[in-house]
Design a protein around this ligand. Structure first.
Ligand code: XMP
Length: 512
């Protein structure tokens, strides 16, 4: 087991993720609770996260002394390095040279931490984000690496197995960071790596049972992977104490509602209320062309409908949500100050407060690919688990401008053809997300001997790791040509197809 002491970094969960990738169990605890957790958990290694504080502040967060005295390996990252250095007798100063972003570390000494990954005398790219820096080594430590603005960028005491880096080794921008972490967890802490998603599942089930007791839980299904995995997991934990509510807002893809209902009711036997309220949603959206307005209307109506259904079911104390870790970080700002809202993704924000329900969020620590792995572990069909993400407001944000039923029907058919062709070409799993958009303009064309004046369909496909940044997918032109021909031939009302070659940033994945 590894204990991760959280000093409030935005990327602490990434450390956990990297440890899990090494098939080692870990738990994150806020620094205030670290002492008790350390005693109870008896971890084989401890990692101190980064954080926004400075060790010079009054009441600066520090690691419990017991951690350094217990004889277990400790790894400090960023603020964790500074805390460690300060606590063990070194010195930290407010850096006059702050470093943010890419930097290079030159390795100056060998160490088991670097074994097989980084060589003495070589330089490696790393990702930095710090104001303070270590200026004096604590006794027993040596410098392992230096960067121009952090001469003590990486330190180690091989005897006590204490290591620390000023750079963030848990982020992808530090290309060999994961390997260093592997060395720490596997070689230095000697952890064997036999933890699996199955173990995660068992633990999650225990936690759900402990939280819920004999209470009733309601779970909103969206048709997406996250809420489905959450629902199946919770059902495995507490059986029919769970009721799922599937609100069909009429903005789903072709035959999607039927598929979801069939999967849950017939294959899994999970109690499911299917509410078809598409008319109400479409009416509320009538004439609305502003994207944020659309999201607000859908979000609010969704809550209303959901609340009404929950009342009908009655007596539920808990609300289950498939919140993932990226949803959690996207909703906090990166600077601690107010962040700019690009799009308000949190469709059901405010629901738990309003309904006075307690939240059950078993996926809160996981990333998308981990949720997929958990879904497979729970026996969900591959075609379902591997589905591309689909936004809560659905096709409403794929029909820029005002929405009509006619436009939605056109879009559904075009989208279906596009996805079918992607699957047929074996490209579906290489793509993070692919979908069609129906543009609010008509253009002139000629079909047979007639002039046409019809809609334009935009095709979008991107690769991404987490949806935060993305690249357009480089389809073969012939593939795109075939899709265009099929859509124009088969979908009435469309006479032109275009492909979106914008990455994110500066574009976003969705068009609205
Ligand atoms: P953007 O368009 O912001 O999308 O680059 C990033 C990811 O988020 C999804 N998305 C949403 N998901 N409600 C959601 O649940 C929303 O309002 C929303 N807007 C975008 C988008 O599909 C992509 O996966």
């Amino acid at each position: 087991k590894v204990l991760i002491v959280d000093f409030g970094s935005q990327v602490t969960q990434l450390i956990a993720r990297r440890v899990r990738e090494e098939k080692v169990y870990c738990e994150i605890v806020p620094f205030q609770k670290a002492e008790a957790a350390f005693k109870e958990m008896k971890p084989k290694a401890v990692i101190l996260s980064g954080g926004p504080a400075s060790v010079h502040e009054v009441n600066a967060p520090l690691a419990p002394k017991a951690i350094y005295d217990a004889g277990v390996p400790v790894l400090g990252i960023c603020y964790g390095e500074q805390a460690m250095a300060q606590q063990l007798g070194g010195k930290v100063e407010g850096g006059h040279h702050r470093e943010f972003g890419r930097a290079e570390v030159e390795v100056t000494s060998d160490s088991p931490l670097l074994d097989g990954v980084w060589e003495k005398g070589q330089k490696y790219p790393v990702w930095m984000s710090h104001g303070d820096r270590v200026t004096e080594l604590p006794p027993g430590f040596k410098v392992l690496g230096t960067s121009p603005n952090a001469p003590i960028a990486m330190i180690g005491d091989d005897k006590r197995k204490f290591y620390a880096t000023q750079f963030h080794l848990e982020v992808v921008h530090t290309p060999h960071g994961a390997s260093l972490l592997r060395n720490f967890v596997r070689k230095i802490a000697g952890l064997s790596g036999d933890w699996t998603m199955r173990a995660f599942k068992e633990e999650a089930i225990e936690k759900i049972r402990a939280q819920v007791g004999k209470g009733k839980v309601i779970c909103g299904l969206s048709g997406g992977v996250d809420s489905a995995v959450a629902a199946v997991l919770i059902h495995e934990a507490i059986g029919d104490q769970l009721t799922c509510v599937f609100v069909d807002h009429g903005l789903l893809r072709l035959a999607e509602a039927q598929k979801v209902v069939a999967l849950f009711r017939d294959s899994y036997n999970i109690p499911l209320v299917h509410v078809d309220d598409s008319d109400v949603f479409l009416k509320a959206l009538d004439g609305v062309d502003d994207p944020e307005q659309k999201r607000k209307i859908i979000g609010k109506l969704f809550i209303d409908v959901f609340e009404k259904e929950a009342k009908k079911i009655g007596g539920a104390e808990f609300l289950a949500q498939g919140t993932l870790y990226p949803d959690v970080i996207e909703s906090v700002s990166f600077t601690g100050g107010p962040s700019v809202t690009i799009k308000s993704h949190h469709n059901v924000g405010g629901l738990p407060e309003r309904m006075n329900m307690k939240l059950v969020e078993p996926l809160r620590e996981l990333f998308k690919d981990e949720v997929r792995a958990l879904g497979r572990e729970l026996g969900l069909p591959e075609a379902f688990v591997g589905r591309h993400p689909f936004p809560g407001p659905g096709l409403a944000i794929r029909v820029p401008g005002a929405i009509t039923k006619e436009k939605l029907d056109i879009l559904r058919l075009a989208d279906e053809i596009y996805i079918e062709e992607i699957r047929r070409a074996g490209l579906y799993d290489d793509i993070w997300q692919a979908f069609a958009v129906l543009l609010p303009v008509k253009t002139v064309g000629v079909m047979g001997d007639f002039r046409t004046y019809d809609y334009v369909v935009g095709l979008r496909a991107v690769t991404s790791v987490d949806g935060m940044t993305a690249d357009f997918y480089p389809f073969d032109m012939r593939f795109l040509g075939n899709v265009a021909t099929r859509i124009i031939n088969e979908v009435k009302g469309v006479n032109r197809v275009v492909y979106d070659v914008t990455s994110k940033p500066p574009g976003t994945i969705e068009w609205e």
